[in-house]
Design a binder for this molecule. Structure first.
Ligand SMILES: [Zn+2]
Length: 280
């Protein structure tokens, strides 16, 4: 029904991606495993859990959510018996989004009737059991997972770093080979830029992005330069008292984009964000 590709990236890391547009993963520690994002549907979340048990052979005891967007969170019902972790603003964002969900899910079922059953199973009544403000460490024996809350793509955006194997799960702070989408009402360009600068300080071998292929530190640099340039260009446009349409978009991946609406949302976000800053 839904194809999932699994990749055992390292001894202790399993990555799951699907053509329906999600990336999730699992990190195995000494005696248990920690899931990173719960996938789009409870059904796919369940499949990931089964595969993880089979391959990594450690029971999953915790799941860390990088942020509240559906493609990272709506599968949470498949993990409702384990500890859910996320940043401090995550519960608020989950609760706020519940209001628009019934209409959104009804429309989705009409557009994609084959997935109606999967959509029906989505249950967003689960909230994190543990939240953290800036960072938190999961440690078991020699193994450590560092979780950092940065904001940026959303106010609750966070990332996970596994120093034992130098792996970074970046969530949607990295859209590898794609335009970064800043259309969320809680997006914050300054925090996004800071998040990427801080990631660069880590000793990283591979980066698992929220979207796109598995990549490396170079991709963080590319995203950082792009967002910096877009920020400077936006501020200079605002200083000239010109409108959003006058922003010269920095070149990025030779303009390969998933869609005009993505570009537009990101540029509008930057414009409105720095407009408040410039005029304040
Ligand atoms: Zn997202």
């Amino acid at each position: 029904m839904v194809e999932i590709e699994y990749l055992r990236l390292t001894e202790n890391i399993l990555v799951a991606t699907s053509e329906i547009g999600f990336t999730a993963g699992v990190i195995a520690l000494e005696n248990f495993a920690v899931g990173i994002d719960s996938t789009l549907f409870p059904y796919t979340g369940g499949l990931l859990r089964k595969r993880s048990n089979l391959i990594l052979k450690k029971p999953m005891r915790m799941i860390f959510l990088t942020h509240y967007h559906g493609d990272h969170f709506w599968g949470i019902a498949a993990f409702n018996d384990i500890i859910i972790l996320g940043s401090e603003p995550l519960p608020r964002n989950i609760i706020d989004e519940r209001e628009i969900q019934p209409t959104r899910f009804e429309e989705w079922k009409k557009e994609d009737p084959e997935k109606a059953q999967l959509i029906e199973e989505i249950d967003t009544s689960f909230l994190p059991h543990i939240t953290f403000k800036n960072e938190i460490k999961i440690q078991e024996g020699e193994f450590i997972i560092d979780l950092y809350h940065s904001g940026g793509h959303t106010s609750c955006s966070s990332y996970a770093y596994f120093p034992n194997e130098k792996i970074l799960f970046a969530g949607d702070l990295i859209f590898a080979k794609e335009w970064p989408w800043a259309g969320d009402p809680t997006s914050n360009p300054n925090k996004w830029i800071n998040a990427l600068s801080n990631m660069l300080k880590l000793n990283i071998d591979k980066v698992i992005p929220g979207h796109g292929p598995i990549t490396n530190k170079e991709e963080i640099n590319i995203h950082l330069n792009f967002l910096q340039e877009l920020k400077e260009e936006t501020i200079s446009t605002l200083n000239k008292e010109k409108g959003v349409e006058c922003i010269k978009i920095p070149s990025f991946y030779n303009d390969q984009t998933p869609g005009e609406w993505v570009k537009k949302a990101t540029i509008n976000c930057f414009y409105n964000f720095y407009k408040t800053e410039v005029t304040d």
